[in-house]
Design a binder for this molecule. Structure first.
Ligand code: PMP
Length: 315
């Protein structure tokens, strides 16, 4: 057990991340205006800076981490990038366990921050990466952040993202919080943080679908074309209490088209932002003109330059 419980003075920056802006966005002049939290403006370019910072700081205070300690996570997405940045700031070592085939952009960003990459065979997928990360943590004594089960993940959104939203909204009330689910941390935290402040908030799950699609080899409608948004993987989400939850299915084509529209409007976002916005428009439709609908733009477009989202600009 490490004795030091305060952060070194040189690393205070990590505790000074500013609230992200909350702005009304109306893509269709005849459509609703949606309050969008610009999470892509966090320091590493995604909302995952919140959970990375929060999980590591709490572990540090508990004495489970100190200068030079090792951290491990299995995430092919923004969480590894956010952890790599936070570890660089806090003088920690970071290893990301990823399935082969993850985009070069991600691997290079993690390495640029000093993180190490361990690749597991593609066929093993995220489940294989998680099992490998578990073994690595056991063998080396590294701190495993476990984003899919760590309650500090939704808590960072409950006490952070949700409270910022209430302070930023002119009328201080939210009727629906809309988000796709990876770990579920965002949706759970928003629901808890807003409802505990008295908002009559409905949690709304944005679900990407594709007709005749496949997931984990089985035929189902869940679409894998929106990175970061997964189906059924998260223990946090499976065990969450979300009364009144509504599920809003969005065709993956619409999610991608909406993402492109957001980018053309000057929001440099990734595909899950288009999914969230399209679902929020449906939620607004269901709840009526007076309802305040909030969603998040989780990450930045630059991470997707090598994907189909940018096929038309790669000439
Ligand atoms: N969008 C992106 C790009 C993500 O990487 C993630 C999480 N991996 C999400 C959305 C979903 O967020 P959460 O994990 O809080 O459910």
């Amino acid at each position: 057990m490490i004795k030091q419980t305060s952060l070194p003075a040189s690393n205070r920056f990590i505790q000074k991340i500013q609230p992200t802006p909350l702005v009304p966005v109306q893509l269709d002049p005849a459509g609703p205006s949606i309050w969008c939290k610009l999470e892509f403006l966090n320091p590493s370019g995604s909302t995952k800076d919140r959970i990375a910072r929060y999980i590591l700081e709490k572990a540090w205070r508990r004495g489970e981490l100190g200068p030079g300690s090792s951290v491990v996570e299995a995430s092919s997405g923004s969480t590894s990038i956010a952890l790599a940045l936070a570890c660089a700031q806090m003088d920690l070592r970071f290893t990301a366990v990823l399935p082969e085939g993850v985009s070069n952009e991600r691997v290079w960003i993690i390495r640029a921050y000093g993180g190490e990459i361990v690749l597991v065979p593609k066929a093993q997928g995220m489940a294989g990466a998680m099992a490998h990360a578990e073994q690595l943590a056991e063998k080396t004594g590294a701190f495993f952040t476990r984003q899919f089960e760590n309650k500090d993940n939704p808590e960072s959104h409950r006490i952070g993202t949700a409270k910022e939203i209430l302070q930023q909204l002119p009328n201080g009330i939210v009727h629906a919080a809309v988000s796709g689910v990876g770990t579920g941390g965002t949706l759970i935290g928003l629901y808890q943080g807003l409802s505990e402040e008295g908002c009559p908030v409905i949690p709304a799950l944005a679900l990407p679908i594709t007709v005749g699609g496949h997931f984990h080899g089985e035929c189902c409608s869940f679409s894998c074309r929106i990175p970061g948004v997964v189906d059924g993987l998260s223990k946090l989400y499976r065990e969450a209490h979300l009364p009144g939850l509504i599920e809003i299915e969005i065709a993956d084509e619409l999610a991608l088209a909406t993402t492109k529209k957001l980018i053309r409007k000057g929001f440099p976002v990734g595909p899950s932002s288009g999914l969230n916005y399209a679902a929020a428009v449906i939620a607004a439709d269901k709840l009526g003109a007076d309802a305040t609908i909030v969603t998040v733009f989780p990450d930045r477009m630059e991470r997707y330059f090598s994907t189909e989202l940018f096929a038309d600009v790669q000439k």
